[in-house]
Design a protein around this ligand. Structure first.
Ligand code: 5CA
Ligand code: ZN
Length: 419
C-alpha cells in the first residue's frame, strides 16, 4: 500500500539525546533504540494502524503523533535509518459489520477511509512509515506463519477455523502484565471469543477464520478463509522488521489482548524473545467522559476540524499539550488555546533577532528524550517566546539574529510544528 508524502525534518546542530521510553512490560524507562547511532544498524518500530471503517479521530491522531515523535527523536539522535512499519486492518469484523450496516462495499469503505487517513496524517505532519501494509496484501505472510504454528503444535483446528494455543508461549501475559483474573473479560470485550466450544483454553485466539457465507474469503493452503487480527500484525512485523524490534507501539487499549497475542505468536514461531524490546502505549483520548471510539460514535474527526478552518498545526499543538501516556479528554477550548499559542510562537520567530536559543534547543531535546515529555517541551518554548515578546529591541550581547531560525527549525524537526 502507498503511505503518504514525506516531509523531511530539518537537521539541527549537534545531536539529540538517547530516547528513554516507558515500557509497559517492565514498568520502567528503557533507552531506545538498543543499537547506537554510530553502529549503522536500523532502529525498528512497528505501530498498529487503523481499521478503516470511519474517519481519523483525535484519539487516533494523538496516538500517531506520539509515535511520530519517536521517529523524530531517533533521527535527531543520529539514527539515519529508522524502519517504521504500520499496518491497515483492511479486512476484519468491525469493518465488515459497518459496511453491512451502511449497505456499502467493504473494499470501497476501506479504501475511502484509508485515503482520508493519509490526508489527515499528511496535514498533521506525521512522518510516513517506511512500509505501509494492508491485512489483505499480507495474507500470504499470515498463511506461512499459521502453517509454521500448526507444524509446531502451537496452533490447532476448531472445525475449519484455526486457533493459537496461548500457553505454547511460557511467558504469555508478560507484555501487558494484566491480572489473569481480568484477562478473559478484557479478551471478550476486545474481539475475543472465550466461550467458543472446542478450544483448548478460553484465551486461545483466532489465527484463521474459515469462509462464512456472505463474507470475503481467500483460497489458501489453510482452506478458504481470512486472517485473524493479532497474527496480521505479527506476520507483517516479522516480515518487514524481524524479531527483537526496538518498539511495538499503539494505544493502551491494544496492550491486551492484541500486543500480548502478537508477541506470543511471534515468539513461538521464531523461538526468539522478546519480540519487542519496548512495548509503548499511548493513553486514551475521551469525549464527554468516555473513550473516543468508532463503535460508540463519540468522535471529533480531524477532517471535520480541518474543514471548519482549523489549522492542522494547531490540532497537533493541542495534542502535544498532553503527555502521550496520560488519558485525557478533548475540549474545544484546547484547540483555541493551541491557536493562541501558535500565534505567539509565530510572532516571536518573526522578529529579526531574538534571545539566543541554544539553551532552548538543549532543553527541548532533554524533555523529549525523557519519555516524550511534550508538556515540558512546550513549556520550554513558551518560556523563550514570552521572554522574546516581553523585550523591546535587543541590543549587544543578548541579541542573536540566528535564534528565530533555529527555533523554527527545532520545533519543526522535533515537534513537527511548522511556524
Ligand atoms: N487496526 C487495529 C490495530 S492493528 C486498531 O486498533 N485500529 S483502530 O482504528 O481501532 O485504532 C488505531 C489506533 O488508534 C490504535 O493504536 C488504537 O489504540 C488507537 N486509538 C483508538 N482509539 C483511541 C483513543 N480514543 N485515544 C487514543 N488512541 C486511540
Ligand atoms: Zn496491530
Amino acid at each position: 500500500m502507498d503511505a503518504w508524502p514525506t516531509n523531511n525534518p530539518p537537521t539541527l546542530p549537534g545531536r539529540g539525546d538517547t530516547l528513554r521510553l516507558y515500557d509497559t512490560s517492565t514498568g520502567t524507562l528503557v533507552p531506545t533504540p538498543a543499537g547506537s547511532a554510530d553502529s549503522g544498524s536500523p532502529a525498528r518500530i512497528y505501530v498498529c494502524g487503523i481499521t478503516p471503517y470511519d474517519a481519523t479521530h483525535i484519539g487516533h491522531a494523538a496516538t500517531y503523533t506520539a509515535f511520530d515523535l519517536v521517529q523524530r527523536v531517533w533521527r535527531d539522535a543520529g539514527h539515519e535509518q529508522v524502519r517504521y512499519v504500520q499496518n491497515v486492518t483492511d479486512v476484519d469484523d468491525p469493518l465488515l459489520e459497518r459496511a453491512n450496516k451502511n449497505g456499502a462495499d467493504w473494499q470501497v469503505l476501506a479504501l475511502r477511509e484509508t485515503a482520508l487517513f493519509r490526508e489527515d496524517m499528511t496535514a498533521l505532519r506525521i512522518l510516513p512509515p517506511y512500509r505501509y501494509i494492508g491485512a489483505v496484501e499480507a495474507i500470504p505472510l499470515v498463511v506461512e506463519l499459521v502453517e509454521r504454528l500448526l507444524d509446531s503444535g502451537a496452533a490447532y483446528h476448531v472445525d475449519e477455523d484455526i486457533y493459537f494455543d496461548v500457553h505454547s508461549d511460557s511467558e504469555f501475559g508478560a507484555v501487558s502484565g494484566l491480572d489473569p483474573a481480568l484477562q478473559e473479560k478484557v479478551f471478550a470485550e476486545r474481539g475475543g471469543d472465550p466461550d467458543r466450544p472446542g478450544k483448548r483454553h478460553p484465551l486461545d485466539c483466532l489465527l484463521w477464520l474459515a469462509a462464512r457465507p456472505g463474507e470475503p474469503s481467500w483460497q489458501t493452503s489453510l482452506g478458504a478463509g481470512r486472517p485473524g487480527w493479532h497474527i496480521e500484525c505479527a506476520a507483517i512485523a516479522l516480515k518487514y522488521l524481524g524479531s527483537g524490534i526496538d518498539v511495538q507501539g499503539g494505544g493502551s487499549d491494544l496492550a491486551f489482548p492484541h500486543h500480548e497475542m502478537g508477541a506470543a505468536e511471534a515468539q513461538v514461531v521464531t523461538g526468539e524473545r522478546p519480540f519487542a524490546k519496548v512495548y509503548a502505549h499511548a493513553g486514551m483520548v475521551a469525549l464527554d467522559g468516555e473513550k473516543m471510539s468508532k463503535s460508540k460514535g463519540n468522535l471529533v474527526f480531524v477532517s471535520k476540524l480541518r474543514a471548519a478552518g482549523h489549522e492542522p498545526t494547531a490540532i497537533r499543538l493541542a495534542i502535544l499539550a498532553h503527555h502521550y501516556r496520560a488519558d485525557w479528554e478533548w475540549f474545544p477550548a484546547d484547540l483555541e488555546a493551541a491557536e493562541q499559542r501558535l500565534a505567539k510562537w509565530r510572532a516571536a520567530v518573526s522578529r529579526p533577532d531574538a534571545l539566543p536559543a541554544d539553551a532552548l534547543l538543549a532543553t527541548l531535546r532533554e524533555r523529549l528524550a525523557d519519555d516524550l515529555d511534550t508538556p515540558g517541551a512546550l513549556a520550554a518554548v513558551d518560556g523563550w517566546v514570552d521572554a522574546v515578546l516581553a523585550s523591546g529591541t535587543f541590543s549587544g550581547a543578548e541579541s542573536d539574529s540566528s535564534a528565530p531560525g533555529l527555533v523554527s527549525r527545532a520545533v519543526d524537526a522535533l515537534l513537527g510544528v511548522a511556524l
